[in-house]
Design a protein around this ligand. Structure first.
Ligand code: DON
Length: 304
């Protein structure tokens, strides 16, 4: 298959979507990003790499980073973390507070904000130097020591993070945060501020297409069963109240972020990432979703 040609076709066929949707504006630093960027990168497990557009430009990966915090927590503590966060799709927005109160502070899944706050709280309790160790973990998966947080983005989200602040307080009131609310939020905002390019993301996510083994070091960070479950969570919960639509149209486990990035994997085959900053009302990249749909339709490569 000529993957480079497929990527070039996708760029051309999605160009008309460039002006659809809006850049996230509830995080002031993200509101400054131009909606014109488009990058796409495909890493195959056989070592081949294809990319085009702004594939080397770093952007704010936002909720995509929740996969790294979850993967780290599962690797450290295994199934026990699921006593504090469930594994069900929420059917509600990523920042919704509605279910959390009547479900007594147990978030539906680890990818909605409430669930990610609980995962971050678990890491805070478990690690000696949480920010440093998390960054080291991501750098190890990426095979790249230059991956970093963006302190401006983290600070900017903190200033206007009213919903996350409310959510963390609600979790605390239900006894499902063990650390200080302020510390959990600080760690969470820093996690979301990690910056990576499409090429860096697709390379990093190969570990989830490879049964939990980092291809470039051969180190195993998750068991085969844990990697299967993490992918299942991406499939069912990675796009919040659009998880059904993403499964239906793209047919791959994946994760989006409000920076406009999306990354998806096909176990035993590839990892594919795309970046286009303008989002639909559910917080997912408009052009990015279409690009991934075209990829699996043109190549016939999906889990279904
Ligand atoms: O907490 C927030 O609202 C952001 N830091 C992350 C949300 C996000 O990326 C949702 N994904 N599509």
């Amino acid at each position: 298959m000529n993957f480079q040609q497929v990527l070039e076709e996708i760029v051309a066929e999605t160009a008309s979507l460039e002006k659809e949707g809006n850049v996230a504006n509830y995080i002031p630093e993200l509101a400054k990003v131009s909606p014109d960027h488009f990058g796409i990168s495909l890493h195959l497990l056989n070592g081949k790499h294809y990319r085009t557009g702004d594939s080397e430009m770093r952007f704010s990966i936002q909720s995509i980073a929740k996969v790294f915090s979850l993967s780290m927590a599962i690797g450290l503590l295994g199934e026990s973390i699921f006593q504090r966060v469930d594994v069900e799709p929420s059917g509600t927005a990523f920042n919704s507070l509605l279910q959390l109160d009547y479900e007594e502070g147990i978030p539906r899944n680890p990818f909605i904000n409430a669930g990610a706050l609980v995962v971050v709280d678990i890491l805070l309790s478990e690690l000696k130097d949480p920010q440093k160790e998390l960054l080291q973990y991501v750098r190890k998966l990426a095979g790249n020591q230059e991956i970093n947080f963006n302190d401006y983005v983290a600070a900017s989200e903190k200033v206007e993070g009213y919903r996350n602040i409310a959510m963390a307080n609600l979790l605390k009131s239900h006894g499902n945060l063990h650390n200080k609310v302020e510390d959990v939020l600080d760690f969470y905002f820093r996690l979301c501020s990690i910056e990576m390019s499409c090429s860096e993301l697709s390379k990093t996510f190969l570990v989830y297409a490879h049964h939990g083994r980092i291809p470039h070091t051969r180190e195993k960070i998750l068991t085969k069963s844990q990697a299967k479950r993490l992918n299942a969570l991406m499939q069912t919960c990675g796009f919040y109240d659009e998880a059904g639509e993403f499964s239906y149209k793209v047919g791959l486990p994946g994760k989006s972020g409000v920076g406009g990035g999306i990354v998806a994997v096909l176990p035993e085959k590839f990892s594919l990432s795309v970046w286009s900053p303008a989002l639909n009302k559910k917080g997912n990249s408009v052009r990015g979703m279409k690009a991934l749909e075209l990829f699996t339709t043109k190549t016939g490569l999906s889990v279904f």
